[in-house]
Design a protein around this ligand. Sequence first.
Ligand code: GLU
Length: 362
Amino acid sequence: MHRHPTAVGLRLALLGWLLLSASHAAAAEKASEGKARIRILATGGTIAGAQTRQEDSAYKAGALDVEQLIAAVPSLKQLASLGGEQVANIGSQDMNDAVWLKLARRINALLATPDVDGIVVTHGTDTMEETAYFLNLVIRSDKPVVLVGAMRPATALGADGPANLYNAVAVATHPGARGRGVLVVMNDEVHAARNVIKTNTTNVKSFESPNRGAAGLVHTGKVTWFEPVDTKHTHRSELSLEKVEKLPRVDILYAHANMSADLLEAAVKSGARGLVIAGVGNGNMSQQALEVLARAVKQGVAVVRSTRLMSGLVLRNSEVDDDKLGFVASGELNPAKSRVLLQLALTRTKDPAQLQRYFQEY
Ligand code: GLU
Protein backbone atom coordinates (compact mmCIF):
# COMPACT_ATOMS: atom_id res chain seq x y z
CA MET A 1 0.00 0.00 0.00
CA HIS A 2 1.25 3.45 -0.95
CA ARG A 3 1.02 6.35 1.43
CA HIS A 4 -0.15 9.69 0.17
CA PRO A 5 3.03 11.63 -0.79
CA THR A 6 1.87 14.83 0.97
CA ALA A 7 1.22 12.95 4.23
CA VAL A 8 4.72 11.41 4.05
CA GLY A 9 6.24 14.83 3.42
CA LEU A 10 4.34 16.27 6.37
CA ARG A 11 5.49 13.47 8.63
CA LEU A 12 9.08 13.94 7.51
CA ALA A 13 8.84 17.69 8.06
CA LEU A 14 7.40 17.12 11.53
CA LEU A 15 10.12 14.62 12.34
CA GLY A 16 12.75 17.06 11.08
CA TRP A 17 11.26 19.85 13.19
CA LEU A 18 11.16 17.60 16.27
CA LEU A 19 14.78 16.56 15.74
CA LEU A 20 15.81 20.18 15.21
CA SER A 21 14.07 21.51 18.32
CA ALA A 22 15.43 18.58 20.32
CA SER A 23 18.91 19.45 19.13
CA HIS A 24 18.32 23.14 19.99
CA ALA A 25 17.18 22.14 23.47
CA ALA A 26 20.19 19.84 23.79
CA ALA A 27 22.50 22.65 22.64
CA ALA A 28 20.98 25.04 25.17
CA GLU A 29 21.29 22.38 27.87
CA LYS A 30 24.89 21.73 26.83
CA ALA A 31 25.66 25.45 26.93
CA SER A 32 24.49 25.69 30.55
CA GLU A 33 25.81 22.20 31.40
CA GLY A 34 28.28 22.27 34.23
CA LYS A 35 27.86 26.04 34.56
CA ALA A 36 27.22 27.54 37.97
CA ARG A 37 23.61 28.65 38.50
CA ILE A 38 23.77 32.28 39.60
CA ARG A 39 20.78 34.36 40.61
CA ILE A 40 21.10 38.13 40.10
CA LEU A 41 19.02 40.12 42.60
CA ALA A 42 18.68 43.77 41.59
CA THR A 43 18.04 46.59 44.04
CA GLY A 44 18.70 49.71 41.91
CA GLY A 45 21.54 52.24 42.13
CA THR A 46 23.73 53.87 39.52
CA ILE A 47 24.48 50.55 37.83
CA ALA A 48 20.82 50.71 36.78
CA GLY A 49 20.93 54.48 36.31
CA ALA A 50 20.23 56.49 33.16
CA GLN A 51 21.01 60.07 32.10
CA THR A 52 18.90 62.18 29.78
CA ARG A 53 22.10 63.57 28.23
CA GLN A 54 25.56 61.99 28.39
CA GLU A 55 27.16 65.37 29.08
CA ASP A 56 25.12 65.81 32.29
CA SER A 57 26.21 64.63 35.70
CA ALA A 58 22.49 64.37 36.58
CA TYR A 59 20.85 60.96 36.21
CA LYS A 60 18.15 58.79 37.71
CA ALA A 61 19.36 55.81 39.79
CA GLY A 62 17.35 52.59 39.37
CA ALA A 63 15.97 53.38 35.88
CA LEU A 64 16.77 49.97 34.34
CA ASP A 65 15.43 46.61 35.51
CA VAL A 66 17.31 43.38 36.11
CA GLU A 67 16.56 41.92 32.64
CA GLN A 68 17.99 45.05 30.99
CA LEU A 69 21.12 44.81 33.16
CA ILE A 70 21.65 41.18 32.14
CA ALA A 71 20.87 41.86 28.47
CA ALA A 72 23.51 44.63 28.39
CA VAL A 73 26.27 42.05 28.94
CA PRO A 74 25.58 39.15 26.54
CA SER A 75 28.84 37.37 27.45
CA LEU A 76 27.50 36.76 30.97
CA LYS A 77 25.77 33.67 29.58
CA GLN A 78 29.16 32.11 28.87
CA LEU A 79 30.05 32.37 32.56
CA ALA A 80 26.94 31.02 34.22
CA SER A 81 23.38 29.95 33.89
CA LEU A 82 21.55 33.09 35.04
CA GLY A 83 18.21 34.10 36.48
CA GLY A 84 17.21 37.61 37.53
CA GLU A 85 14.91 39.00 40.23
CA GLN A 86 14.00 42.59 41.05
CA VAL A 87 14.01 42.99 44.84
CA ALA A 88 13.83 46.81 44.83
CA ASN A 89 14.71 49.62 42.41
CA ILE A 90 15.99 52.45 44.57
CA GLY A 91 18.97 54.72 45.04
CA SER A 92 20.84 53.13 47.94
CA GLN A 93 20.54 56.33 50.00
CA ASP A 94 16.97 55.01 50.50
CA MET A 95 18.10 51.54 51.58
CA ASN A 96 16.34 50.60 54.82
CA ASP A 97 15.75 47.81 57.31
CA ALA A 98 12.65 46.52 55.47
CA VAL A 99 14.55 46.00 52.18
CA TRP A 100 17.48 44.46 54.10
CA LEU A 101 15.19 41.91 55.75
CA LYS A 102 13.47 41.10 52.45
CA LEU A 103 16.79 40.75 50.59
CA ALA A 104 18.45 38.63 53.28
CA ARG A 105 15.45 36.31 53.60
CA ARG A 106 15.26 35.85 49.84
CA ILE A 107 19.00 35.08 49.58
CA ASN A 108 18.81 32.59 52.46
CA ALA A 109 15.84 30.86 50.81
CA LEU A 110 17.55 30.69 47.39
CA LEU A 111 20.86 29.42 48.76
CA ALA A 112 19.11 26.75 50.82
CA THR A 113 17.97 25.08 47.59
CA PRO A 114 20.31 22.85 45.55
CA ASP A 115 19.35 24.81 42.39
CA VAL A 116 21.30 27.99 43.16
CA ASP A 117 25.09 28.07 43.43
CA GLY A 118 25.63 31.75 44.13
CA ILE A 119 24.07 35.20 44.30
CA VAL A 120 25.00 38.53 42.75
CA VAL A 121 23.26 41.61 44.20
CA THR A 122 23.29 44.80 42.12
CA HIS A 123 23.22 47.80 44.45
CA GLY A 124 23.81 51.54 44.66
CA THR A 125 27.29 52.37 45.84
CA ASP A 126 26.37 54.87 48.59
CA THR A 127 25.35 52.28 51.19
CA MET A 128 26.74 49.16 49.54
CA GLU A 129 29.25 48.66 52.36
CA GLU A 130 26.39 48.56 54.90
CA THR A 131 24.19 46.12 52.98
CA ALA A 132 27.21 43.90 52.27
CA TYR A 133 28.15 43.79 55.96
CA PHE A 134 24.53 43.21 57.01
CA LEU A 135 24.30 40.21 54.66
CA ASN A 136 27.70 39.02 55.87
CA LEU A 137 26.21 38.71 59.36
CA VAL A 138 22.88 37.05 58.54
CA ILE A 139 23.30 34.85 55.45
CA ARG A 140 23.44 31.22 56.50
CA SER A 141 25.42 29.67 53.68
CA ASP A 142 28.97 29.33 52.47
CA LYS A 143 27.88 29.76 48.83
CA PRO A 144 29.17 32.98 47.23
CA VAL A 145 27.21 36.23 47.67
CA VAL A 146 28.68 39.14 45.69
CA LEU A 147 27.53 42.77 45.68
CA VAL A 148 28.24 44.93 42.66
CA GLY A 149 27.47 48.46 41.53
CA ALA A 150 28.78 51.19 39.31
CA MET A 151 30.12 54.68 39.83
CA ARG A 152 28.83 55.79 36.41
CA PRO A 153 25.29 55.32 35.12
CA ALA A 154 24.57 52.71 32.45
CA THR A 155 24.24 55.45 29.80
CA ALA A 156 27.56 57.20 30.62
CA LEU A 157 30.62 57.40 28.43
CA GLY A 158 32.90 54.75 29.91
CA ALA A 159 30.15 53.16 32.02
CA ASP A 160 31.78 50.80 34.54
CA GLY A 161 28.65 48.75 35.31
CA PRO A 162 28.90 46.11 32.54
CA ALA A 163 32.54 45.18 33.35
CA ASN A 164 31.78 45.19 37.07
CA LEU A 165 28.75 42.92 36.55
CA TYR A 166 30.77 40.54 34.37
CA ASN A 167 33.50 40.37 37.03
CA ALA A 168 30.95 39.93 39.83
CA VAL A 169 29.35 36.94 38.09
CA ALA A 170 32.84 35.50 37.44
CA VAL A 171 33.67 35.84 41.16
CA ALA A 172 30.33 34.27 42.17
CA THR A 173 31.09 31.23 40.00
CA HIS A 174 34.66 30.87 41.27
CA PRO A 175 35.28 27.93 43.66
CA GLY A 176 37.61 30.17 45.70
CA ALA A 177 34.70 32.48 46.61
CA ARG A 178 33.03 29.79 48.70
CA GLY A 179 33.26 30.32 52.46
CA ARG A 180 34.81 33.80 52.16
CA GLY A 181 31.76 35.66 53.37
CA VAL A 182 29.94 38.34 51.42
CA LEU A 183 32.11 40.06 48.79
CA VAL A 184 32.00 43.36 46.93
CA VAL A 185 33.30 43.58 43.36
CA MET A 186 34.12 47.02 41.93
CA ASN A 187 36.75 48.31 39.51
CA ASP A 188 38.65 45.01 39.06
CA GLU A 189 38.93 44.42 42.82
CA VAL A 190 37.24 41.99 45.20
CA HIS A 191 36.69 43.19 48.78
CA ALA A 192 35.46 41.51 51.96
CA ALA A 193 32.16 43.06 53.13
CA ARG A 194 33.61 43.74 56.56
CA ASN A 195 36.58 45.71 55.29
CA VAL A 196 35.37 47.68 52.31
CA ILE A 197 34.34 51.34 52.30
CA LYS A 198 33.42 53.88 49.64
CA THR A 199 36.15 56.51 49.57
CA ASN A 200 35.41 58.81 46.64
CA THR A 201 32.20 60.54 45.52
CA THR A 202 32.54 59.92 41.77
CA ASN A 203 35.81 58.22 40.82
CA VAL A 204 35.57 54.61 39.59
CA LYS A 205 38.40 53.82 42.00
CA SER A 206 36.25 54.44 45.04
CA PHE A 207 36.04 51.14 46.91
CA GLU A 208 38.92 50.30 49.20
CA SER A 209 39.67 48.22 52.29
CA PRO A 210 41.99 50.67 54.06
CA ASN A 211 43.04 48.53 57.02
CA ARG A 212 43.49 45.14 55.39
CA GLY A 213 43.56 45.64 51.62
CA ALA A 214 41.51 43.87 48.97
CA ALA A 215 40.41 40.23 49.17
CA GLY A 216 41.45 39.66 45.59
CA LEU A 217 41.62 40.98 42.05
CA VAL A 218 39.39 40.22 39.09
CA HIS A 219 40.25 41.23 35.58
CA THR A 220 38.16 40.20 32.54
CA GLY A 221 36.60 37.57 34.78
CA LYS A 222 39.89 36.03 35.92
CA VAL A 223 40.19 35.95 39.68
CA THR A 224 43.23 36.05 41.97
CA TRP A 225 42.64 35.60 45.69
CA PHE A 226 44.48 37.10 48.64
CA GLU A 227 44.19 36.04 52.30
CA PRO A 228 40.63 35.38 53.56
CA VAL A 229 39.32 37.29 56.59
CA ASP A 230 39.65 35.65 60.01
CA THR A 231 36.47 37.09 61.54
CA LYS A 232 33.14 35.25 61.80
CA HIS A 233 30.58 35.59 59.02
CA THR A 234 27.76 33.92 57.07
CA HIS A 235 27.74 30.15 57.85
CA ARG A 236 29.78 30.79 61.04
CA SER A 237 27.69 33.73 62.29
CA GLU A 238 25.56 33.30 65.41
CA LEU A 239 23.55 36.40 64.47
CA SER A 240 20.44 35.66 62.45
CA LEU A 241 17.07 37.02 61.39
CA GLU A 242 15.11 34.14 62.85
CA LYS A 243 12.42 35.62 65.10
CA VAL A 244 13.54 39.15 64.12
CA GLU A 245 10.58 41.18 62.82
CA LYS A 246 12.11 44.62 63.22
CA LEU A 247 15.60 45.93 63.91
CA PRO A 248 16.17 48.33 66.81
CA ARG A 249 16.85 52.00 66.11
CA VAL A 250 20.55 52.90 66.22
CA ASP A 251 21.69 56.44 65.37
CA ILE A 252 25.11 57.72 64.33
CA LEU A 253 26.34 61.08 65.64
CA TYR A 254 29.38 62.88 64.32
CA ALA A 255 31.98 64.33 66.71
CA HIS A 256 33.74 67.62 65.95
CA ALA A 257 35.32 70.64 67.63
CA ASN A 258 32.83 72.43 69.88
CA MET A 259 30.61 69.31 70.00
CA SER A 260 27.52 69.83 72.15
CA ALA A 261 25.50 66.98 73.62
CA ASP A 262 22.01 68.17 72.59
CA LEU A 263 21.74 65.91 69.58
CA LEU A 264 22.79 62.88 71.65
CA GLU A 265 20.02 63.67 74.14
CA ALA A 266 17.55 64.14 71.27
CA ALA A 267 18.48 60.75 69.81
CA VAL A 268 17.86 59.01 73.15
CA LYS A 269 14.55 60.87 73.57
CA SER A 270 13.55 59.84 70.04
CA GLY A 271 13.87 56.18 70.99
CA ALA A 272 17.38 55.17 69.90
CA ARG A 273 18.35 51.87 71.56
CA GLY A 274 21.94 52.34 70.52
CA LEU A 275 24.21 55.23 69.60
CA VAL A 276 27.33 55.09 67.46
CA ILE A 277 29.70 58.02 67.70
CA ALA A 278 31.77 58.88 64.64
CA GLY A 279 34.43 60.06 67.04
CA VAL A 280 37.44 62.26 66.47
CA GLY A 281 40.75 60.40 66.33
CA ASN A 282 40.69 57.18 68.34
CA GLY A 283 36.90 57.39 68.88
CA ASN A 284 36.98 60.45 71.10
CA MET A 285 34.48 63.27 71.76
CA SER A 286 33.91 66.30 73.98
CA GLN A 287 33.61 66.00 77.76
CA GLN A 288 29.95 67.06 77.54
CA ALA A 289 29.22 64.29 75.05
CA LEU A 290 30.99 61.68 77.23
CA GLU A 291 28.89 62.70 80.24
CA VAL A 292 25.58 62.50 78.37
CA LEU A 293 26.53 59.13 76.91
CA ALA A 294 27.53 57.76 80.31
CA ARG A 295 24.02 58.67 81.52
CA ALA A 296 22.47 57.08 78.42
CA VAL A 297 24.27 53.80 79.20
CA LYS A 298 22.74 53.86 82.70
CA GLN A 299 19.31 54.18 81.01
CA GLY A 300 20.02 51.03 78.98
CA VAL A 301 21.19 52.61 75.71
CA ALA A 302 24.20 50.92 74.07
CA VAL A 303 27.06 53.26 73.13
CA VAL A 304 29.71 52.40 70.55
CA ARG A 305 32.75 54.59 69.95
CA SER A 306 33.85 54.51 66.32
CA THR A 307 35.91 57.03 64.36
CA ARG A 308 35.29 59.56 61.62
CA LEU A 309 38.74 58.68 60.21
CA MET A 310 39.14 56.34 57.28
CA SER A 311 41.58 53.85 58.81
CA GLY A 312 43.04 52.58 62.06
CA LEU A 313 41.48 50.90 65.08
CA VAL A 314 39.36 52.38 67.86
CA LEU A 315 41.06 50.87 70.89
CA ARG A 316 39.28 49.98 74.09
CA ASN A 317 40.19 52.03 77.21
CA SER A 318 42.83 53.96 75.31
CA GLU A 319 41.83 57.61 75.84
CA VAL A 320 38.32 56.92 77.11
CA ASP A 321 37.64 54.64 80.10
CA ASP A 322 35.21 52.24 78.40
CA ASP A 323 35.20 49.86 81.38
CA LYS A 324 34.04 52.61 83.73
CA LEU A 325 31.57 54.26 81.34
CA GLY A 326 30.08 51.06 79.90
CA PHE A 327 31.03 51.87 76.29
CA VAL A 328 31.99 49.58 73.43
CA ALA A 329 35.02 50.28 71.21
CA SER A 330 34.37 49.60 67.52
CA GLY A 331 37.84 48.24 66.68
CA GLU A 332 38.08 48.19 62.89
CA LEU A 333 34.45 48.99 62.15
CA ASN A 334 33.61 52.44 60.81
CA PRO A 335 30.43 54.18 62.04
CA ALA A 336 28.19 52.81 59.26
CA LYS A 337 29.29 49.20 59.82
CA SER A 338 29.23 49.64 63.61
CA ARG A 339 25.62 50.68 63.31
CA VAL A 340 24.74 47.52 61.34
CA LEU A 341 26.47 45.22 63.85
CA LEU A 342 24.93 47.00 66.82
CA GLN A 343 21.42 46.73 65.35
CA LEU A 344 21.83 42.98 65.00
CA ALA A 345 23.71 42.44 68.27
CA LEU A 346 20.99 44.33 70.17
CA THR A 347 18.48 41.70 69.08
CA ARG A 348 20.53 39.34 71.31
CA THR A 349 21.90 41.36 74.23
CA LYS A 350 22.26 44.80 75.82
CA ASP A 351 25.23 43.81 77.95
CA PRO A 352 28.25 46.00 77.01
CA ALA A 353 30.70 43.12 77.57
CA GLN A 354 28.74 40.86 75.22
CA LEU A 355 28.38 43.68 72.68
CA GLN A 356 32.16 44.22 72.85
CA ARG A 357 32.67 40.54 72.10
CA TYR A 358 30.57 40.87 68.93
CA PHE A 359 32.73 43.81 67.85
CA GLN A 360 35.87 41.73 68.36
CA GLU A 361 34.62 38.59 66.65
CA TYR A 362 32.60 39.95 63.72
N1 GLU B 1 23.03 57.48 45.31
C1 GLU B 1 22.89 56.40 44.40
C2 GLU B 1 22.95 55.04 45.07
O1 GLU B 1 23.69 54.79 45.98
C3 GLU B 1 23.88 56.45 43.33
C4 GLU B 1 25.28 56.13 43.75
C5 GLU B 1 25.75 54.88 43.07
O2 GLU B 1 25.05 53.89 42.96
O3 GLU B 1 26.89 54.93 42.63
O4 GLU B 1 22.22 54.19 44.64
